[in-house]
Design a protein around this ligand. Structure first.
Ligand code: PMP
Length: 362
């Protein structure tokens, strides 16, 4: 049928309905070209116009300064866990990691193959529910960069402001809160993000990198991971994920039309408030363990006081056309991912369902 459901998946995740409709209308014959975007040469003028428009809309959304390159790559954010140390470090260089969840931990572990990372703070012992105060952080002398994961998708912990590294540059994995709010790009050496949460389908990874950091890759760096190659070739060194880039472009266009990221952030705050208030006002029936000031506006994990009810909650929600509410297998419970494209009505419906479920089981 025609009916859509509310999809609370962490990624791939729900996309804006109007973007999907637009893609549908252009699928068979893109703007009179006589072919779909999937069939175009990545070097033809049609696709060039698509990738250039995607980049320029992203630049305007995030106010990306001129001295930063924007790269559309493949391999997911996971590939960047290796590409970043390979491009920025010699094998003996030290780098620092503040780990506030399991994605940051994965990035830390992968970097051990290519440089000398130091874990200068980890939230593991308190089950990743907080972010450290920045003035207590002791960076390694000579550290090339400080890596953070701006939003931990599994644990629901989000940086609300950013540390200023004393040594080196700040590198941030923004996979799960990319384009959800304005960001001062100039504070970062590298921002990277997989597209499949907020800005498109899986298969596209966006890297925003200060240009002076490009060009020092280790000799063993595979050509596909070398930022210099991709920057010099405007992300067209080899065949890029053309259709995915096109979809990201449609999402960027939609975000611009919504009034930009300040407007988008307002909507996300309203949704987050609604859901966190419902949890807070449940008298402990629902719980979120994350420190209030750093709760994610994108991924909201919660558990139940009566954990034996969780499976039923998830099952009943599906009957109400709300899917993918099961928490990550490593933490259990529930998780509602409420990215940009989740409408306010979706969160309203979830909150109404939570209240009903509680009334039935209290
Ligand atoms: N970082 C974060 C914060 C993520 O949420 C994810 C995916 N869930 C990844 C990295 C890994 O991304 P990918 O699957 O695109 O490699």
């Amino acid at each position: 049928g025609e009916e859509r459901i509310f999809n609370f998946a962490a990624g791939p995740a729900t996309l804006p309905a109007n973007v999907l409709k637009k893609a549908e209308s252009e699928l068979y014959n893109w703007r009179g070209s006589g072919m779909s975007v999937m069939e175009m040469s990545h070097r033809g003028k049609e696709f060039l116009s698509i990738i250039q428009k995607a980049e320029s809309d992203l630049r305007s959304l995030l106010n990306i300064p001129e001295d930063y390159s924007v790269l559309f790559l493949q391999g997911g954010a996971t590939t960047q866990f290796a590409a970043i140390p390979l491009n920025l470090c010699s094998p003996d260089d030290s780098v620092d990691f503040v780990v506030t969840g399991s994605w940051g931990d994965k990035a830390y572990k992968e970097s051990q193959k290519y440089c000398k990372p130091k874990l200068i703070w980890s939230g593991k012992s308190d089950k990743y529910t907080s972010i450290p105060s920045f003035d207590t952080l002791e960076q390694s002398s000579g550290a090339k960069y400080l890596h953070i994961c701006a939003n931990e998708t599994i644990h629901g912990v989000e940086f609300k402001d950013y540390p200023n590294p004393k040594n080196g540059i700040l590198v941030a994995d923004m996979s799960s809160n990319f384009c959800s709010k304005p960001v001062d790009v100039s504070k970062f050496g590298i921002i990277y993000a997989g597209a499949q949460k907020n800005v498109g389908p899986s298969g596209v990874t966006i890297v925003i990198i200060r240009k002076d950091l490009i060009g020092n890759a280790q000799g063993i760096t595979p050509v596909m991971l070398d930022y210099k190659i991709h920057a010099e070739n405007n992300s067209l060194y080899n065949t890029p994920p053309c259709y995915g880039i096109y979809m990201c472009g449609l999402v960027f266009e939609d975000l611009v039309a919504q009034g930009g990221l300040e407007e988008v952030e307002k909507k996300n705050k309203k949704k987050g408030e609604l859901l966190y208030n419902a949890i807070e006002e449940s008298n402990g029936f629902y719980r979120n363990p994350v420190e209030k000031s750093v709760r994610s506006l994108m991924n909201v994990p919660f558990t139940m006081e009566k954990s034996e009810l969780e499976a039923e909650f998830i099952k009943e929600a599906v009957k109400e056309k709300m899917v993918q509410l099961k928490g990550h297998r490593s933490v259990g419970g529930m998780r509602a991912s409420i990215y940009n494209a989740m409408p306010y009505e979706g969160v309203e419906k979830l909150v109404a369902f939570m209240k009903e479920f509680q009334a039935k089981h209290a």
